[in-house]
Write a protein that binds this ligand. Structure first.
Ligand code: 13P
Ligand code: SF4
Length: 351
């Protein structure tokens, strides 16, 4: 399975699919170093019986060395099915914590680093206490981009793939009670519009992802001017999601081609769409995944600025170091783990 780690195949693939995304990164010399490190990573993963997984926003070399690549929900479900004593999670810290919450004592979870996330950072527990104290019977839905302590005080967790379904389910299960959605106001607004839940019943926390918030309507319209035949693949965390959605409803010609998708749903959509060309409105790691998995179609990043510096804190060098020295282990407090796991399980039962 890992015989594909050769200089020729990686150099060809990175030059073809990632050269414009990461200008100057994939020189022949650096790819040679990456291939050496990747072979050591795979050998160590074998020795230590580790399952390596990577989020769609990770650097290409981390996507290549992982056993599976996916979105937050897909990776959580994948990790839940593994029985290996070790998991090496290439993503941001809340994802590693979610994996640890799910596997509990069954496996040790390691990461190359401990990258944060601006959505997680937007949650302040005292502000949250204040917010929830105004709605003591509120039903809390936390986006998976939260820390374990916030998940533990939530009724449900959701991801970008299932936020509308979770919101609709919560509204049915708890009739008459307010729904408190946190932390991403753009994903929350998208979930309200797709779930059919009365907007007056939902309170949205005022958080946003700094990478997606910058992707506004102007960026989309400029991208469509450059690529008029392309479909738009829009992550619902984007600052433009609600306004573009409103336009889609009246089906202006351009916005009629917009789709609101989690990262993994973008891949499924691109495979099945009759369209040959797409503008990808999310972090640019996703563009590499799409180009590699659907090579017969064309994918344009929405902007060269759509880079999550947290996701990019993980490198193959750090993954190798963490595997060699058992360095960055992720732990979650027992009681928090138990309660956060219950909120995650409630989400998985809705699927
Ligand atoms: P996905 O669940 O769509 O992969 O999104 C995670 C994320 O962090 C988006 O910024
Ligand atoms: Fe967090 Fe935004 Fe980075 Fe996703 S892209 S991990 S939401 S900071």
């Amino acid at each position: 399975m890992w015989n594909g780690i050769t200089f020729d195949s990686w150099y060809e693939r990175f030059s073809r699919f990632a050269g414009d995304l990461y200008p100057g990164r994939y020189t022949a010399e650096y790819v040679r170093e990456l291939v050496e490190m990747a072979r050591r990573v795979r050998a160590l993963a074998g020795e230590k019986s580790s399952t390596i997984v990577a989020h769609n926003y990770q650097y290409p070399e981390l996507q290549e060395v992982a056993e599976t690549v996916g979105d937050s929900l897909g990776l959580s479900q994948y990790v839940a099915r593994q029985a290996t004593p070790r998991v090496d999670f290439c993503g941001v810290l809340f994802m590693g914590e979610t994996a640890k919450t799910i596997v509990g004592d069954r496996s040790r979870v390691y990461m190359p680093d401990r990258p944060g996330c601006s959505l997680v950072a937007s949650i302040d527990q005292s502000r949250l206490d204040n917010w929830t104290s105004h709605h003591p019977d509120g039903v809390i839905i936390s986006y998976v981009n939260t820390d374990a302590a916030t998940k533990a005080r939530s009724h449900y967790v959701c991801t970008s793939r299932n936020a509308p379904q979770v919101m609709a389910h919560a509204a049915r299960e708890f009739p008459g009670r307010r729904i408190l959605f946190l932390p991403d106001k753009y994903l929350g607004a998208f979930a309200i519009s797709q779930s059919g839940v009365d907007p007056d019943r939902v309170d949205l926390y005022d958080g946003a992802c700094h990478v997606h918030m910058k992707i506004g309507e102007t960026a989309l319209e400029e991208a469509l001017d450059r690529h008029p035949d392309a479909e738009l693949l829009i992550h619902p965390e984007c600052g433009c999601a609600s306004s573009c959605l409103a336009k889609t409803v009246v089906a202006g010609p351009a916005h009629g081609k917009a789709y609101y998708l989690s990262t993994e749903q973008m891949l499924w959509h691109a495979r099945n769409s009759p369209s040959r060309e797409f503008v990808v409105a999310t972090e640019m790691g996703m563009v590499y995944r799409l180009r590699k998995d659907v090579p017969e179609k064309t994918f344009h990043p929405i902007s060269m600025l759509a880079v999550c510096e947290y996701m990019k804190m993980n490198t193959l060098e750090k993954l190798l170091d963490s595997l060699e020295r058992d360095r960055v282990e992720i732990l979650v407090d027992g009681e928090i783990q138990r309660r956060a796991h219950a909120a995650i399980r409630r989400m998985l039962e809705i699927e």
